[in-house]
Design a binder for this molecule. Structure first.
Ligand SMILES: [Zn+2]
Length: 123
């Protein structure tokens, strides 16, 4: 993930840590981590920043991934589903994706195909 950086006292620091320290009027401890609530590491508005710690921080990202994935699944279908709709095997569906024959995107190594309005839920 990309973060904005600032130059502070001769050192390069991440802007979100710098802004949070300014907001709290104290130094952040090394075990304190800053999480970007909306998942955008460049959105350093104070309301988008929260203090967490190294242990808890990954949990927020897991949650964000789950939310993102559930959004994807309302607009996209899996290759398994595509194969089922067209009566082909999943390998064929994956090949269509690789060759760009369908409107799709790859997420975590799996293909997801944009739901087709005409073919919506096969009917
Ligand atoms: Zn975070």
């Amino acid at each position: 993930m990309k973060y904005k950086q600032v130059f502070k006292n001769g050192k390069v620091v991440t802007e979100h840590r710098y802004l949070m320290e300014k907001h709290l009027k104290r130094k952040l401890r090394t075990d304190e981590d800053i999480h970007h609530i909306n998942g955008n590491g460049l959105d350093n508005r104070i309301k988008n920043l929260m203090i967490t710690n190294l242990k808890e921080h990954p949990k927020y990202h897991k949650k964000l991934r789950e939310i993102k994935m559930s959004k994807v699944m309302t607009e996209y279908i899996s290759t398994e589903k595509l194969a089922e709709i067209y009566g082909v095997c999943e390998e064929v569906a994956r090949r269509w994706c690789r060759k760009g024959k369908v409107d799709c995107k790859k997420i975590n190594g799996r293909w997801y195909i944009k739901k087709d309005k005409e073919n919506k839920d096969e009917q």
